[in-house]
Design a protein around this ligand. Sequence first.
Ligand code: GTP
Length: 222
Amino acid sequence: MSSSRTRNGPTLNFKAVLLGEGCVGKTSLVLRYMEDRFNAQHLSTLQASFVTRKLSLEDGRRAQLNIWDTAGQERFHALGPIYYRGSDGALLVYDITDRDSFQKVKSWVRELRQMRGTEIALIIVGNKTDLEEQRSVTHDEALPYARTVGAQYVETSAKENEGVAELFDLLTHLMLEQLSQRQPDASPLRLQTSDTDTFNNSEDSEAPDPGDPAGQRSCCGI
Ligand SMILES: Nc1nc2c(ncn2[C@@H]2O[C@H](COP(=O)(O)OP(=O)(O)OP(=O)(O)O)[C@@H](O)[C@H]2O)c(=O)[nH]1
């Protein structure tokens, strides 16, 4: 987490990363949150893409949420540390109809806890709840697992726009809480509930170092 000064005063910068197997809906969650859109087509993210969203805090301060949407294909796994290294929070996404993708989340949890300890807020996200009849990972299995690893658990449907705004609000809340704990004298930092700020992409933002933030995409499976 860093802070920079703008004409509105100091802006808190938060960095979050989405990790998870290919095709689970990471890009779709970001697209729904940023643009309230859904694309039924799957275009695999290559490396990662970067977006930012400006938020207002209750104390009048500004915050900038910087989000890295990473590639889920296994050949990009080794790039993970580049994106989670300086992150304050991580969304570990799986598809509730795909048990393998839940196993992949478990492997990301192990890696993140090993590399970042408890300094990164984790949310495990079961996506595609609109496909309830094909569900293979139950809420009753995922929630206790999340608790044992100190993560929050949320279910979403990027398609039906269920739980997505709540997910990103929770993420921001957890990261603000962590910052407040690190500064015990400061009053708690809270997101303004009537946040109506517009979003933007990386063009007027300071993209962190890693890779090419263009988020080049190819067709699924290529
Ligand atoms: N039914 C349903 N389909 C979804 C949902 N979210 C995403 N999808 C579909 O799942 C496919 C993959 O979505 P993406 O968002 O591209 O997945 P991703 O995790 O970013 O994939 P990679 O970039 O390969 O890592 C697309 O066809 C989406 O339309 C959802 O909530 N419900």
